[in-house]
Design a binder for this molecule. Structure first.
Ligand code: GUN
Length: 285
């Protein structure tokens, strides 16, 4: 079997086309969606992600404000800015790009964002709502994965899903979404004994571990759906690659996401979706 490709770039473009009318309707009613993105420091990957997010807003007609600080900024300065944005009526979404430099208490920063503007879904209140199965904002990357699975009519109820990675950004919310959809979920991490024992049982395999081409064909069940959340640069040449050995795994999976062009574009699309949703909620009488 050769896998069909789960084309995130094409699906993200389809979704973005549907956003335009919603943004136009909101703008006409004086509620143009607005996103503030805070970037601290000069991490190259973060700079690229933030640029993609801001450019995508512009293309969709969403107002965006990029706020940058040097790596040694005092945390209080950023907290004050967040407090200001919480009360800014032009802003419906606030995103603080992670990771933050050492002097920051990441949890305190996320807690400072008004939960109704937390379009990343990282505030404890929103994490709790997701865990209860009644999410307010779904974190963008796992939200994008769920949209991709839905677009291919993958029914998750009763399926064996294996998530590799337990981060707050991807692994944990991905796990909650799969649980809520009725899958039987196993969550692996770097300490997992015999990782392949778990991955070989997966009908749905989500790789979010951050190691280039780590998931090899012998670790994958024939016919599995393979979702690659990794974005890595190969040491030789700096080419982008995922956590999955795409060329070899493609030969035995039924569906697989490429890198680039898979999950990445969907993450950005779902950030726009959450920002528009936030503005629509505020616009409700
Ligand atoms: N760093 C890596 N992914 C993300 C994300 O989805 N949101 C934020 N805020 N930071 C990130």
């Amino acid at each position: 079997m050769t896998a069909a490709i789960l084309d995130g770039k094409a699906l993200a473009e389809e979704l973005r086309a549907t956003f335009k009318a919603r943004v136009a309707a909101l703008t006409a009613q004086g509620q143009r969606p607005g996103l503030a993105v805070i970037l601290v420091g000069e991490d190259t990957a973060s700079e690229v992600y933030v640029r993609n997010k801001v450019n995508a807003c512009e293309a969709a007609g969403i107002f965006s404000q990029k706020i940058t600080y040097p790596a040694d900024v005092a945390p209080g300065t950023v907290l004050l800015k967040i407090a200001e944005l919480n009360f800014d009526p032009a802003i419906h979404g606030i995103l603080v790009q992670l990771p933050l430099p050492r002097q920051f208490d990441e949890k305190a920063v996320l807690a400072a964002i008004a939960p109704e503007k937390d379009v990343d879904g990282f505030h404890a209140e929103n994490v709790g709502a997701l865990a209860q199965g009644a999410p307010r904002f779904i974190p963008c990357t796992p939200y994008g994965v769920m949209k991709m699975l839905a677009a291919h009519n993958i029914n998750l109820a009763g399926k064996e899903a294996v998530v590799i990675g337990r981060s707050n950004i991807v692994g944990k919310p991905m796990t909650l979404l799969l649980i809520n959809a009725g899958a039987t979920v196993t969550v692996c991490n770097s300490k997992t004994r015999d990782l392949a024992l778990h991955t070989r049982r997966a009908d749905i395999l989500v790789a979010a571990l951050g190691k280039p081409r780590f998931i090899t064909a012998d670790m994958v069940k024939p016919g599995a759906v393979v979702i690659d959340v990794g974005i890595n640069r190969l040491p030789e040449g700096g080419k982008l690659c995922g956590d999955v050995d795409f060329e070899n795994v493609k030969a035995i999976a039924s569906l697989i996401t490429p890198v680039p062009g898979g999950v990445g574009p969907m993450t950005v699309a779902m950030l726009l979706a959450n920002t528009i949703e936030s503005a629509e909620r505020k616009n409700q009488p």
